[in-house]
Each structure stands twice: as structure tokens, then as C-alpha cells.
Write a protein that binds this ligand. Structure first.
Ligand code: NAI
Length: 466
């Protein structure tokens, strides 16, 4: 007899959310987590702590650079990195304890330890507090997430100076010169934190643009804005080596076929993340991982062993907490015999720089490559009264609609509060709204959201305030 209906292996956004949903549906559920706290990368060493530091550093930046424009004079301005880190840690521990409470409320058994398959129906858990135990289940869900990619042969992590995003969240003082490898989401977010607090930041990126998968217009604007804030970019440059050189670090990179180097005190390697399935005993159940570490699943998230499913960062798709939690819910519903489903076209993507970047659906480049006929409406925040009152006029809203049906197929925002504004267009995509639907919806005045309405009207070349 299996002692659980379903066991989630991994208590990140995919695993704990799926466990809660499975509990709501009346299943006998367990969630096994080895980290010692729930919430996964997102809550412990990712989304939440980085946003806490982004907020602290942005507040400092605002006071230092923007308050005088409002007629507010501040005397001596100081900041305390230790207090920023303490605040961040407090937010994280409060939220992880909250998840423990949610598991309890939904009658999910929380098992602290590292699980490994013994056979297709049994996992052995090496318990965090010592010893081990075995559990059987009718269904298993692998939700073990991902870990930072290490460039082991050219820039191995040392946990102190050449680091991943995890350690870049814990620097106890502001680096003098931080070199970031990779102009992706983590590179730009963590680069922004330390730049705002006074570090010189140089970003080395192999491709010729920042935020490579984002819409081209957003990439161009983002680079321009971050350069204005002081960030340095070495685009089209490949990292060759990062190593200790006396008291500092020597970073060697290739630019236009020539080898160059620079000196710094910290290197953040942010070149992507890799599915994490180490020690899971997949070989004992006959589930293969791909070269990129991911597990193949069908549209019901079933692996090659039907009652063992996988969701979140270990399978295809963007490595995003909210994509993972949607999959957690869907997999729980499927296991309970319900029609669980995720609309991947309606998953937003956000970068928490300032201004923020947010998008949903297709980019113009993707649509061109597919030969789709589309129309674009693009309005700058400069044309918006509220943005001017905020003193935040950088950026734009770009809405892409199908040329024939007018259905919204992509939306790209770079600007103040883009992370919140995108929700309107996510709902639009989810409900198959046309650009005209958004353009005819009343938006409160004065709000930043009016830029969305104007961009929707601009799709039909009838913007009213631009
Ligand atoms: P990423 O995939 O966003 O960016 C990595 C960048 O590194 C790419 O631009 C790539 O061209 C570049 N690169 C790769 N190898 C290189 C080399 N040898 N030299 C120079 N450049 C090189 O990966 P990132 O920023 O590490 O983030 C990992 C994952 O975490 C992403 O998939 C992202 O979805 C997720 N994440 C999401 C956040 C959010 O939603 N706000 C925040 C942080 C992470």
C-alpha cells in the first residue's frame, strides 16, 4: 500500500504550490525538501531576496539622485549594507515560515530531507536531522528546480570573489568593481543593486545585445537607460578566464578576436541556470535527462514513467517562479483527474531593473521569423501625465496585435512599474482580447496604465494623446 497519493520532491514554487493544490483536492500529499526551508530558489536565494535588495538600493538611489528635483534637500546621506542584508533575510524567513503554515493548513506532510528514488514506487529520504526513511506513493512529482551554471574550467565559483547570484545577494560591502558575466536577467538585476550603491559595474555579454530573448526595441532601450545610470557593457565579448591576481581578480575576455583584460574585486557569473536532478536516483527508475539536464515530459507532465511527473525548472520553458507554480497547480489537478492546463502564451516575464521590463506573448522578432502579419502600437511614458509627476518618463509600452483579427499577441513594456502594468495585458492575452478591447476600456486618469490604453489605440493608428 502506498502511504501517499502524491509526493512532491522539491518545495519550491512548483512543489509547494502543487502540494497545496493537491491538498485542497483531498489527496494525501507529502512535500520533501532538502534545503531546510521551503520556497526554493525563488524565495531563499532568488526572486524575493533580490527584490528586497533592489528596493533598498533603489530607495537610496532615489534619495541621492531624484529628491532634489522635487525640492527635497537631504544633508549627509549614508547607507548600511548590514541593515539591508538583515532586512532582506527577515523578509525571506517570514515568507518561508508562512509556506510551512500553508502546508499545514492544507494537510500536506512536510518532510525535511533529500529524496532519492529506490524504485518507481519508493523514495528513500536522507533526513536533515539524521537517519533516513522510505516512502511509497501512487504518484511522484519531480520539482527539484535548477542551480546556477558554473563556468568551471574558466571561472570556477569560489563562494567569495567569483560567485553566482546566491553569493551576490550577501556581499557584506559594496564591491569597488563588479564584473558581471551575462547581460541576462540576473546580471542586470544584481548589477543594478551594487551599481546603485556605488560599485563600478562592467557587464560582459557574448551576444550583441542585452536581455537577448526580449523584444529588440526593449533590449536597445534597456541598454541605453542602464548606460545612462552608469553601467558599462562589453557586448559581443566572450569571457576567457577569471582568476585571482594578487589582491584583485583578473578577467580576460575576447573582443573582436583580440584578448583583453581588466581588473576587478568581484565577478558574478550569471550565464543561465541548469535543471537540478543530482542524487535523485533517476537511473533507478529509468528516467533519462537531456544534455541540458532537463527531463522530457508530455502535455500531462508525465515522464517516461507515467506516474512520475515533472514540473518547473526541470522541464522545458522559462525558468520562472510563476510558470512553475502554474505547472504545480496543473499537475495536482491532473493527478486528481481534473483538466489541469497552463496557457504558456500568457506567462509574463519581468526584469526588476529600474525602470522595469515586462512582457507577455511574442516578440516582433519571433513573429517576423514565423511570417505572422502583425500591427504595432508604441507609446512612450514621456507622453503620460502621471509618469511626468513621478519623474519617471523613460521607456514605452508596445502592443503587438494580429493584423487581421486585432487579437493581442505580444506586449512589451519598459518603464515605471512595468511589473504591475503587464497584468492587464496578461489578462488580455488569457481572454483573447483585441487591441480595440483595451483601447475602449476606461483607464483611470491620471495613471501609468493610460499608456496601455494609448498603445492599444496606436495599434489602429488612433492614439489620442500622442
Ligand atoms: P539568462 O539566460 O537570462 O542570461 C544569461 C546571459 O549570459 C545570456 O545573455 C547569454 O548570452 C550570456 N552568456 C552565456 N555564456 C556567456 C559567456 N561565456 N560569456 C558572456 N556571456 C555569456 O540567465 P541568468 O541571468 O543567469 O538567469 C537564469 C534564469 O533565472 C533565467 O532563465 C531567468 O528566467 C531566471 N530569473 C528570472 C528572474 C525574473 O523573473 N526577474 C530573475 C532572475 C533569474
Amino acid at each position: 500500500m502506498a502511504n501517499f497519493d502524491v509526493v512532491f520532491i522539491g518545495g519550491g514554487p512548483a512543489g509547494y504550490t502543487g502540494a497545496i493544490r493537491a491538498g485542497q483536492l483531498g489527496l494525501n500529499v507529502a512535500c520533501i525538501e532538502s534545503r531546510g526551508s521551503l520556497g526554493g530558489t525563488c524565495l531563499n536565494v532568488g526572486c524575493i531576496p533580490s527584490k528586497a535588495l533592489l528596493q533598498s538600493s533603489e530607495n537610496y538611489h532615489q534619495v541621492k539622485h531624484k529628491f532634489s528635483e522635487h525640492g527635497i534637500q537631504i544633508g549627509k546621506l549614508e547607507f548600511d549594507v548590514a541593515q539591508m542584508l538583515k532586512r532582506k533575510d527577515g523578509i525571506v524567513s517570514g515568507l518561508t515560515k508562512g509556506i510551512e503554515g500553508l502546508l499545514k493548513k492544507n494537510k500536506v506532510t512536510y518532510i525535511k530531507g533529500k529524496a532519492s528514488f529506490v524504485n518507481p514506487n519508493t523514495v528513500k529520504v536522507a533526513l536533515t536531522d539524521g537517519g533516513s526513511e522510505e516512502h511509497t506513493a501512487k504518484n511522484f512529482v519531480i520539482s527539484t528546480g535548477s542551480s546556477p551554471i558554473e563556468l568551471r574550467s574558466i571561472a570556477p565559483f569560489d563562494g567569495k570573489d567569483i560567485v553566482s547570484s546566491t553569493e551576490a545577494l550577501t556581499f557584506d560591502k559594496v564591491p569597488e568593481h563588479l564584473v558581471v558575466v551575462g547581460a541576462g536577467v540576473i546580471g542586470l538585476e544584481m548589477g543594478s543593486v551594487w551599481m546603485r550603491l556605488g560599485a563600478k559595474v562592467t557587464v560582459i555579454e557574448a551576444l550583441d545585445r542585452v536581455l537577448p530573448p526580449m523584444d529588440g526595441a526593449v533590449s536597445v532601450e534597456m541598454k541605453k537607460i542602464l548606460e545612462k545610470q552608469g553601467m558599462n557593457f562589453l557586448l559581443g565579448c566572450k569571457l576567457l578566464k577569471a582568476e585571482k591576481s594578487g589582491k584583485s581578480l583578473k578577467v580576460t575576455y575576447e573582443q573582436e578576436g583580440k584578448s583583453k583584460d581588466l581588473s576587478c574585486d568581484k565577478v558574478l557569473v550569471a550565464v543561465g541556470r541548469r535543471a537540478y536532478t543530482d542524487g535523485l536516483g533517476l537511473e533507478n527508475v529509468g528516467i533519462a535527462t537531456r544534455k541540458d539536464g532537463k527531463i522530457d515530459v508530455n502535455h500531462h507532465y508525465q515522464t517516461s514513467v507515467a506516474h512520475i511527473r515533472a514540473v518547473g525548472d526541470v522541464i522545458d520553458g522559462p525558468m520562472l517562479a510563476h510558470k512553475a507554480d502554474e505547472e504545480g497547480v496543473a499537475v495536482a489537478e491532473l493527478i486528481a483527474g481534473k483538466p489541469g492546463h497552463v496557457n504558456y502564451q500568457a506567462i509574463p516575464n519581468v526584469v526588476y531593473t529600474w525602470p522595469e521590463v515586462a512582457s507577455v506573448g511574442s516578440t516582433e522578432e519571433e513573429l517576423k521569423a514565423k511570417g505572422v502579419d502583425y500591427k504595432v502600437g508604441k507609446i512612450p511614458f514621456m507622453a503620460n501625465g502621471r509618469a511626468r509627476c513621478f519623474g519617471e518618463t523613460d521607456g514605452f509600452v508596445k502592443i503587438i496585435a494580429d493584423a487581421k483579427s486585432d487579437k493581442i499577441i505580444g506586449a512589451h513594456i519598459i518603464g515605471p512599474n512595468a511589473s504591475e502594468l503587464i497584468a492587464e495585458l496578461v489578462i488580455g492575452v488569457e481572454f483573447s482580447a483585441s487591441a480595440e478591447d483595451i483601447g475602449r476600456s476606461s483607464h483611470a486618469h491620471p495613471t501609468l496604465a493610460e499608456v496601455m490604453k494609448e498603445a492599444a489605440l496606436a495599434v489602429d493608428k488612433r492614439a489620442l494623446n500622442f
